[in-house]
Design a protein around this ligand. Structure first.
Ligand code: PGA
Length: 257
């Protein structure tokens, strides 16, 4: 079962997630992070920046990228990762990869998988969860064993992301994303969820059946998952009392800070 941490605020969640990253980087300065975009991880990047760690040796692989935006578009995930993660955290730009950032799109998935393997695999993967149950851009129906590949976005996800564009017509129809199988290979998954809009999806992901119809449910197949959620997103969790008790009684060596 995933470790589920229920917190009062996004800021508190960011503290906990950043403590996990800090512990990793302390023991492995060139750790490999899986980087997520979206609003969800922002409190984590903020809390991590405040720790003033030397992250210059850290390597990173973004979860996903739009297909079809002009190079340098401010909403491309390359640009978002540079703006929200690389610059504030003083990461080394050459060490940070985004899918399809080199070579033809046709081979980009395989190339990205090979790059992750060559880096020794992802040590800690930060994940948000979409209202559709996607992680990365693995929309419902994604194979639980899928690797990095080009996908079509659902209308729901395009509507959710339209807030970053002038209109929904500007939101790309396609993306390239790490697969669910890629995500399962990471050594530690840290999934963050905030707000009541995520409550039903989060409960299904953590406690419902494992199914390609709810791609985030694949986290139940992973042996090392930390879910960090605010009260609103936790509202539909059946075993919330147990999660709270487990967190409050964790043993000294289980604590990151
Ligand atoms: P959000 O998106 O962080 O903007 O809510 C999460 C996701 O779609 O993965």
């Amino acid at each position: 079962m995933a470790e589920v941490v229920i917190v009062e605020s996004e800021a508190q969640a960011g503290e906990i997630a950043s403590a996990l990253i800090a512990r990793l980087v302390h023991s492995k300065p060139n750790a490999v992070l899986g980087l997520a975009t979206g609003s969800t991880p922002l409190s984590t990047w903020k809390a991590l920046a405040a720790r003033n760690l030397d992250l210059s040796k850290v390597r990173g692989f973004a979860l996903d990228e739009y297909v079809g935006l002009p190079p340098g578009h401010p909403e491309s995930y390359r640009a978002v990762i540079d703006r929200e993660v690389v610059i504030p955290l003083h990461l080394t730009p050459e060490f940070i990869r985004v899918p399809a950032d080199s070579g033809p799109l046709e081979f980009a998935g395989e190339e990205y998988e090979n790059a992750i393997v060559d880096a020794g695999g992802i040590d800690l993967q930060i994940l948000g969860i979409g209202v559709t149950g996607h992680i990365g851009f693995n929309e419902p129906g994604s194979s639980l064993a899928s690797l990095t590949r080009v996908k079509t976005l659902t209308d729901q996800t395009r509507r959710d992301n339209a807030r970053f564009f002038n209109s929904i017509d500007e939101v790309p129809t396609h993306c390239i994303t790490q697969g669910l199988g890629t995500i399962l290979r990471a050594k530690h998954l840290v999934l963050l969820a905030f707000g009541s809009a995520k409550a039903e999806t989060l409960a299904k992901a953590v406690e419902g059946p494992v199914t390609a119809s709810l791609p985030a449910s694949v986290i139940q197949l992973h042996p090392n998952v930390t879910v960090i959620t605010d009260e609103a997103a936790a509202a539909r969790l059946q075993f919330a009392d147990y999660y709270r008790a487990a967190w409050n009684s964790r043993l000294e060596w289980e604590k990151a800070d």
